[in-house]
Design a protein around this ligand. Sequence first.
Ligand code: IPM
Ligand code: MG
Length: 359
Amino acid sequence: MTQKILVLPGDGIGPEITAQASRILAACQAHGLDVEVEEALVGGSAYDAHGEPLPAETLEKARAARAILLGAVGGPKWDKLEDLAKRPEKGLLGLRKNLGLFANLRPAITYPQLAEASSLKPELVAGLDIMIVRELTGGIYFGQPRGIEERNGERVGFNTYVYSESEIERIGRVAFEMASKRGRKLCSVDKANVLEVTILWREVMERLAPEYPDVELSHMYVDNAAMQLVRAPKQFDVMVTGNMFGDILSDAAAMLTGSIGMLPSASLNESGQGMYEPCHGSAPDIAGKGIANPLATILSVAMMLRYSLDAPALAQRIEDAVGKVLDDGLRTADIASEGTRIVSTAEMGDAVLAAFEAL
Ligand code: IPM
Ligand code: MG
């Protein structure tokens, strides 16, 4: 059956990088991938066109799609919008919530060719391969009540950090299963020394552990986890944590690898429908210059093939093509080092496509 894919270029460098990823997707179609690809607006560009960061038409197309490829949203142009509900980020959060994309997989892999580009010593990051499993539709991002209101003559801002047992359990299961297919080590990150919600989180993880006897479960407070990530990141295999801690730790982990411009991500719901996006943002400072790194978005297509479209061979072929291009010394500016050749966004797309066809 033909599956639908929705491409949401978004803002900033989003359109440039998704254009290159779409070329790879088209190449996969030529190699037998039975998909139909559509595009729609999200984020600031949707706000400019329709007054909403997530127009009804986009949401409808997203619901109908088996998988969504998203570039990036946001930029200074929309940062002054006072109504938080109109900010580009709401487009992203709305998609996550409406589609129930609760499981966010954020790999942090150091490509051997790029170990020198890390801010840490190469020996600390060479061979690094961490998978952060972040809960994406609950926690403090979505908890009620929330707001800013007047109390005793001054304004007070408040949010609610809340998780139900069932929410913790379903993300826990994704993480245990992921760990059992990888290095069999799962570190659950919480703040159980201070926050009740994460005392419950820890209890649920403990309760699940006997069902996954091949996985070794450990727990770590989030502050320590941040420190350990920059001290000795290779101690981690799979990490599981809530929405906000996962947001923060995944940025730190991404940077360890030398370039956030290389890292894809997947956000899945219970039926395997998924949204795939690069871990980096919309990089408004370089938007339109044709120098952005399209590899994270191209690698997001590979993740899409693996997790939503059941096409692991094509996924592998894309990943191998990216490896080949790096071996050949091609780099966009963000990952360039001595002895490598700096190429544009489109030239990088050309090179990956050529390597993909040659494999
Ligand atoms: C991310 C981003 C988003 C988040 C923003 C853009 C809403 O930082 O995907 O990590 O906080 O989840
Ligand atoms: Mg983030």
